[in-house]
Design a protein around this ligand. Structure first.
Ligand code: ATP
Ligand code: MG
Length: 377
């Protein structure tokens, strides 16, 4: 029988927090609870770091679920630190920010901006865009990482021509593979795709959580996230798990793709992630031997017009070109393989707009994360 969230909550209401002398449910310390069949995943949110207490509570949660819900339940429990709860729970003001981890997720504290590349519809060129934006930002002088979260169809190994497996540090952290100026991590480096096909949603999202916590990302100006296509539960959980700065949505100009752009914009707005804009891919076709011609085979300016209608920025368009597909298939993104081509210039212009809009966002939020880059066509 499939485990229900209510059963889990009921079991966790037997687990007492030794300091506050109340149970974890009454204290509202259980977040992001997901259940599926015998799999249970949640975040235990503590107001400050305390490894011994976290280990004790995790053990108690596992025991309670095995006792009261299902002795065969499989659990993934993440411990999160939320210092904003310190005052409420402990009656103390949170400590000054310098003494605390700089971000809610200390593991990504070295990353200035996390940008999700999403699409409502599959196959619109999201991975191609994510790869080329990452390379363009790196060429301009930024330190860039790219995380491929698409477990069912990872693209980064092909797009960057990576065949090797990543190294693991003595602290058991995964070291991203560095290629074409970008620090890369992909589900495809670690998991056999055929094996991954049977993974269920919660397993995917817990793997993504691990990529946030167990990868040696180091200092990065940008971490680009290539999301799986769609706006379902998996995507929603990923965007809630990762501390995103903003999201870009990729679409082709057809009406069928545009309908899904609305869903993408709505998903990010729902979780309060700023939509940095929409990118129109395969905007028009230009034959290699007639570079002045533009054939709008999927319709003209569809994504551009929709962006206006939805009142989100339009970030630019990328033509449909054989060269883009060829360079992607051969493991060198077009921005690297042919930096002065029309396609590469399109990606660089978009990278520049994203950089500018994040700088504006930082100004609005009063955060100073100055990143000096120089994007040259
Ligand atoms: N502008 C373009 N011109 C030519 N080919 C392109 C262009 N953009 C993407 N492609 C090709 O289209 C195919 C799909 O692209 P890609 O894998 O980037 O899409 P995706 O949205 O990430 O797909 P999925 O939804 O499966 O993750 C690839 O073969 C890619 O090389
Ligand atoms: Mg993809």
């Amino acid at each position: 029988m499939s485990i229900h969230k209510e059963q889990v909550k009921s079991a966790l209401s037997y687990v007492m927090h030794p300091e506050f002398e109340k149970d974890l449910i009454s204290l509202d310390l259980i977040q992001d609870l997901i259940t599926q069949e015998k799999f249970v995943s949640f975040t235990l949110e503590l107001p400050r770091k305390n490894d011994a207490l976290a280990a004790h509570l995790k053990k108690a949660c596992v025991a309670a679920i095995h006792k009261y819900v299902d002795s065969e339940a499989v659990m993934d429990i993440t411990v999160g630190i939320n210092i904003s709860r310190q005052k409420e729970l402990e009656g103390k003001e949170p400590e000054a920010p310098e003494q605390q981890a700089p971000q809610q997720n200390p593991v990504l504290s070295g990353v200035k901006h996390v940008i999700a590349v999403a699409s409502g519809k599959g196959g619109v060129g999201k991975s191609t865009v994510a790869a080329n934006l990452a390379v363009a930002l790196s060429q301009a002088g930024a330190k860039v990482g790219l995380l491929d979260t698409d477990i069912y169809g990872p693209s980064v190994p092909t797009l960057f021509g990576v065949k090797e497996r990543p190294n693991i540090t003595t602290q058991k952290k995964l070291v991203p593979i560095y290629k074409h100026g970008v620090h890369l991590v992909s589900m495809g480096f670690l998991v056999d795709t055929d094996q991954a096909m049977v993974w269920r949603g919660p397993m995917v999202t817990s793997a993504v959580k691990q990529f946030m916590q167990e990868v040696e990302w180091g200092e990065l100006d940008y971490l680009i996230l290539d999301l799986p296509p769609g706006t379902g539960d998996i995507q929603l959980t990923i965007v809630q798990t990762v501390p995103l700065t903003g999201a870009v949505i990729v679409s082709t100009p057809q009406v069928v793709a545009l309908d899904d752009v609305r869903k993408g914009v709505a998903m990010f707005q729902k979780v309060n992630v700023p939509v940095l804009g929409v990118i129109e891919n395969m905007a028009y076709f230009t034959p290699e031997d007639m570079p002045e011609k533009k054939y709008y085979i999927f319709g003209k300016h569809g994504a551009r017009k929709l962006a206006q209608k939805l009142e989100v920025p339009f970030l630019g368009e990328i033509p449909l070109r054989e060269q883009i597909r060829e360079t992607s298939d051969s493991g060198t993104p077009v921005v690297e393989a042919s930096p002065t081509s029309v396609s590469a210039i399109g990606f660089k212009e978009i990278a520049n707009r994203i950089h500018q809009s994040l700088a504006m966002l930082d100004q609005e939020t009063g955060k100073s994360k100055k990143i000096e880059i120089n994007i040259r066509p």
